[in-house]
Design a protein around this ligand. Structure first.
Ligand SMILES: [Zn+2]
Length: 134
């Protein structure tokens, strides 16, 4: 008779202790501050690029084009930072209301190792993989 493989992987380990949550919270808050700084820098770069292009009557087309390109790049960095800040805020709110570590799609527990690597994760690995395949 073949030995039964244990299929009940410890769902109990999904419970987070206060210490663990505080550590994650601190990490998220630090990330938020970092993103805020990045966003502020990027936004001032954009403002600079916009004001540069305002008096660029003498710019040749190639120069104007590279400035536009640069501005678009900066804007996508800013968008990305805003996006990440949203995710960090969401994760922090989840820690506060006790729903941190629960997959938004299937309601299952997200493994701790995943959250330690990606504290902003709101989907378990399975749901994330499914989403990425779509
Ligand atoms: Zn899931």
């Amino acid at each position: 008779m073949p030995a039964k493989k244990s299929t009940s992987s410890s769902a109990a380990s999904a419970k987070w202790t206060k210490t663990e949550l505080n550590a994650i919270k601190k990490e998220l808050q630090e990330e938020y501050e970092r993103l805020q700084e990045e966003l502020a820098t990027t936004e001032s770069d954009i403002a600079q690029l916009v004001s540069d292009s305002g008096d660029g009557a003498g710019d040749d087309v190639a120069d104007a084009g590279s400035k536009t390109f640069e501005r678009e790049q900066e804007m996508s960095i800013a968008d990305n930072a805003r996006d990440l800040m949203d995710q960090v805020e969401k994760a922090l709110a989840k820690i506060d209301d006790g729903s941190y570590g629960i997959c938004e799609s299937c309601g299952g527990a997200i493994v701790k190792a995943r959250l330690r690597a990606f504290p902003r994760a709101t989907l378990c690995i399975k749901c994330k993989e499914r989403e990425e395949r779509m």
